[in-house]
Design a binder for this molecule. Sequence first.
Ligand code: A3P
Length: 374
Amino acid sequence: MAVSHHLKDFPRLSQKLLFTFSLAVVFASFYFILSGCCDTGLNDTARHLKQSSQVLRWTELNSKNTSFGNKDLIDVRATPTVSITGEPSVHGVTPNKEWTATRRLPQAIIIGVKKGGTRALLEFLRLHPDIRALGSEPHFFDRNYARGLNWYRSLMPRALEGQVVLEKTPRYFVTSESPARVWSMSPGVKLIVVVRDPVTRAVSDYTQILSKTPRVPGFEALAFRNRTEGEEPRRGETEEARGEIGEVDSHWSPIWIGLYAQHLERWLAWFPRAQIHLVSGEKLISDPAGEVGKVQDFLGLQRIITDKHFYFNKTKGFPCLKKPEGSSQPHCLGRTKGRPHVQIHPQALHSLKLFYRPHNQRFYQMAGQDFGWY
Ligand code: A3P
């Protein structure tokens, strides 16, 4: 009798048991979510946001991306896991945040100029927690445009809403199609150009060419038209004594790139001047914090990268980043950045200065800024 009574109650009991078990599972899941898996992520993110200039709401945060991993790291820097400030670095965030990150088209692009100091600027800006920068040069608007915007977007590092996605391809500045293409992607994109004395820039450019093609003719032979390699001054006769070394070949790439006014003009046909920020390549070396400070202002970010992030490395002869915590190595740019230049005949340098002078003056006028070159 008792057995049959228990058998009668069995379905009700099992129902109760199932209900209790389900409740336990639900509570356990909540507990896991609130105290376990997301705790570290939220705390890290909260710390990051406190530091950042653009504080996000928690609701936004939960639906956005916090991945700081970047596969596109370049040769010239190690990947610190902790930044100089002691905060988790943009490169060192745990993978469990990746699910909240999204890939977006860049809101800012370093468009030039080659050998201006573009790598230094990008590497310095990467210290900012609100900047997510692509390490490699995608060459989208000049070489890979046919691949489409989705391809371009897929290259970008994942970023949170509020973070500025940045890439650099110095060739954009001198590619005639780039301004219209960049504008059609995003008319509001912020553009950055690092400019440097065009004469020094040309020598830097040539030094790079020579390092890749050692048999290339001499600088003077390429930079001036009425002169060919092998046409050396006669014994005892200097080029100065001969009076002239030829007409500047403004079509030779290292010379042509330095015609900044001509290139800037094309960009100003599409973008207002206020949307283009010019960085002095010289000041980026003499006062990196000051120059990077102005870029942070331009990007609408808090000035987080300051003097305390830099030191002058006497051996390298350039500012370097102070050693990140957790690393015994300070961080300088690689060997191809800041290398000794080839010796150029003083007369050739003088002629180039004279050649660039009117172009520089026009550039200063367009820029509303005097960069102090000859
Ligand atoms: P040089 O190697 O001729 O000195 P880019 O990155 O656009 O190619 O520019 C390279 C130039 O960046 C270098 O040219 C160097 O002068 C300049 N530069 C600026 N800041 C630097 C830094 N902190 N370390 C190394 N090079 C730097």
